[in-house]
Design a protein around this ligand. Structure first.
Ligand code: SF4
Length: 238
């Protein structure tokens, strides 16, 4: 007999070793997330996928599914928490969607729409952050980094390199490039590396490609992030 958990009262099967996120996704249930990607080691840092497991708050992307768990995800309290976390991400960096070339393909923006985020709620920090345009083909705009570590994990786990790292804590947290100058041009990153394409925001961009797909015809312009995410997990890396 297969093992099962319930998510918001719906019984779903799981196999040993699956996380709650993996079991939910396999059953077609979307749990919002930004730092999770099915191909990389879970990190549990963005906290968007927080769910209540038998009354305790846990990250669905790191917490293992276990027999008889009662998981709550789609509750007013958790949706409100996710909205606040997303609002904090927006005010902590400099995310100006109308002038960002990732608009329409940005997971942060798409999650905000999914959560019906209508304003920033918190005062904007307007931090001073740099743009690294030193590399011939890849641009880093630190203003849009949400410290999800996906580029760090993709570089290490898929590209067998170590181009990126996160340094500092709290308000001093920042993305660093592992080179003597701290600039991307001194690394061996390649345009074909997964790390160059994995960023959920407009922090890592491929130069000269920004408007090949016009605004209005981009991924999240016509498909909600829950559907895109469930498809990605089913069919793998695009
Ligand atoms: S640059 Fe992009 S992928 Fe890397 S940590 Fe920042 S938001 Fe995540």
């Amino acid at each position: 007999m297969s093992k099962s958990i319930t998510i918001d009262g719906q019984s779903i099967p799981f196999i040993d070793g699956q996380t709650i996120m993996e079991a939910a996704t396999a059953a077609g249930i979307y749990i919002p997330h930004l730092c999770h990607h099915p191909e990389y080691t879970p990190h549990g840092s963005c906290k968007l996928c927080n769910v209540k497991v038998n009354g305790r708050v846990c990250s669905a992307c790191t917490f293992p599914a276990m027999e008889d768990q009662e998981v709550l995800s789609n509750t007013a309290e958790l949706i409100n928490d996710r909205q606040k976390i997303t609002q904090m991400l927006f005010v902590e960096g400099n995310h100006f969607c109308p002038s960002c070339e990732k608009s329409g393909n940005c997971q942060l923006q798409a999650v905000a729409y999914h959560l019906n985020m209508l304003d920033n709620y918190f005062p904007l920090f307007y931090p001073t952050r740099k743009v690294d345009a030193s590399h011939a083909e890849i641009l880093i705009d630190h203003n849009r980094c949400i410290f999800c570590t996906l580029c760090v994990r993709a570089s290490q786990e898929a590209d067998n390199k170590d181009i990126f790292a996160i340094s500092g804590r709290g308000i001093n947290k920042h993305l660093i490039i592992n080179s003597t100058s701290g600039l991307l041009r001194e690394t061996d990153i390649d345009i074909k590396d997964q790390a160059a394409h994995i960023c959920p925001t407009g922090a890592i961009l491929i130069k000269y490609t920004a408007y090949q797909v016009p605004i209005g015809e981009r991924t999240y312009d016509h498909t909600e992030i829950d559907q895109v995410s469930l498809n990605l997990e089913k069919h793998g890396h695009e």
